[in-house]
Write a protein that binds this ligand. Structure first.
Ligand SMILES: [Zn+2]
Length: 464
């Protein structure tokens, strides 16, 4: 069964078929680099990282474009409040976002375009929209005419007449529903010269220009958090669809994205985690409480389209689940693809192909752990192998993706702990329980947790 993927625009799950066989173009709206990342940002990034990994696992070559919005109202306002330039703030926050993505194992995009590096592409796009009769200059700005596109609202389900006019009185705008492609210069703001005057781009225009440059005017999947469906994605779609219409009338030709995929939001106390509400947890704080792979597990353990409540116990619960997986994987030296028991990978694949049904996929993984724990030592290797293969799809294989030490010290640690555990086993054989406990306690003090199981001693590193 090919991947069945939910599309927001058609409100249906459809069999995924790439525009170009064997390859997928995926555009994910990246951060507006105005402040430090919180775990809500990471939830969306991890959701699309799992989709990207599953597409690759399915044999497709993925081109992932994730932009950086580095010119924006909020960046200008926050920089002024902090007494620095918008550039300095954007640069610092960009580094923080990338460090957060790296920390939890979000693979880097194929290309990470910055809005400020694509002004010529945006100017060309504005010109095409003017030529198509879908835009007009007014008072130093350039506006998109919502009335030009009959299907405006099709993505979000909003009728054009129901679109709320923006609250600010904006000079030069003919219809309150219209939105700015280009914003006239204001004192003290970063600006660029254009045929319509100096100013800066609107946010929606930035993504249309960058998606078009790297993926073309029609591509496979456009993604982001569900909060960006309206107005951001509705406006992106309107711009790109109209620019692609050659005859001067915004037609219903090629859709910008064949699938619009939206991740559910992280909530705290039932409310969207956001800077403006103030109910956010910084990534740096979360990583002080839990290992990065535990945070990653916590963020992907719910279906990507559903909301995910993040509270005080979230990381502790994730740590308990993930440690169970780690302990099992470290109980035998199984390799993915070697002596795997039949039917497990197939069940996992069926779950993932069903719009990434994470709960079912995790149930297959934990079922395999239970079976492996009941198996003898020889068979257990095969179970460990298939569990590692499934976890790798989530970026959570404790061996290859999260080694105990990702330096040359990893094998040394393994060997030293093995020596200590052998000494402990010897002490127990001669009934010297004081010596056995002392070894366990000293390892524990160093962060190595030893468990006695029916299958012998097992160890893992303690959660921070
Ligand atoms: Zn965007």
């Amino acid at each position: 069964m090919p991947l069945q993927l939910y599309d927001t625009r058609t409100r249906s799950v459809r069999a995924f078929e790439p525009l170009h066989p064997g390859a997928v173009g995926l555009y994910v709206c990246g951060p507006t680099v105005q402040s430090s990342p919180h775990v809500g940002h990471l939830r969306v990034a991890v959701a699309f990282d799992v989709l990207r990994r599953w597409l690759a696992e399915s044999g497709l070559e993925v081109t992932l474009v994730r932009n950086v919005t580095d010119v924006d109202d909020k960046i200008i306002v926050n920089a002024a409040a902090q007494g620095c330039t918008p550039w300095a703030l954007a640069e610092r926050c960009t580094r923080e976002f990338n460090a957060a993505y790296d920390a939890v194992g979000v693979l880097p995009p194929t290309v990470e375009p910055r809005a400020t590096g694509h002004i010529p592409e945006m100017v060309r796009l504005i010109q095409r929209l003017l030529d198509a009769g879908a835009a007009y200059p007014g008072d130093g700005s350039v506006w998109f005419s919502v009335a030009a596109l009959p299907s405006y609202g099709a993505l979000s389900g909003q009728h054009p007449d129901a679109v709320q006019p923006s609250p600010e009185g904006e000079p030069g705008k003919r219809d309150p529903r219209d939105f700015a492609l280009w914003k006239a210069a204001r004192p003290g703001e970063p600006t660029w010269e254009t045929p319509w005057g100096s100013g800066r781009p609107g946010w929606h225009l930035e993504c249309s220009a960058m998606a078009g440059k790297y993926l073309g005017e029609q591509f496979d999947i456009h993604g982001a958090g569900i909060d960006l469906v309206f107005p951001h994605h509705e406006n992106e779609r309107a711009q790109t669809v109209c620019a692609a219409t050659a005859d001067g009338a915004c037609g219903e030709g090629a859709e910008m994205a064949r699938w619009w995929v939206h991740a559910g939001l992280l909530t705290t106390g039932g409310e969207k985690m956001s800077k403006s509400v103030g109910n956010f947890f910084l990534v740096s704080d979360a990583l002080a409480q839990a290992r990065p792979q535990v945070l990653r597990y916590a963020l992907l353990a719910a279906h990507y389209r559903s909301g995910l409540e993040y509270g005080r116990d979230t990381l502790a619960e994730a740590a308990a689940s993930y440690e169970r997986l780690e302990t099992f994987v470290r109980s035998a030296p199984g390799e993915p693809g070697v002596d795997e028991p039949g039917g497990v990978w197939e069940a996992f694949t069926a779950a993932m192909d069903d719009d990434l049904a994470i709960s079912r996929a995790l149930a297959v993984i934990f079922g395999a752990v239970s079976s492996g724990n009941r198996a003898d030592a020889g068979e257990r290797r095969g179970w460990v192998g298939v569990v590692r293969r499934m976890l790798a799809v989530f970026g959570l294989d404790p061996v290859s993706q999260w080694p105990v030490a990702d330096t040359a010290l990893g094998p040394v640690l393994d060997a030293v702990v093995d020596v200590a555990l052998q000494a402990r086993a010897d002490a127990r054989t001669r009934k010297d329980y004081a010596a056995s406990d002392a070894i366990r306690d000293r390892l524990g003090a160093a962060g190595v947790v030893v468990e006695d199981t029916a299958g012998g001693q097992r160890w893992h590193l303690a959660a921070r």
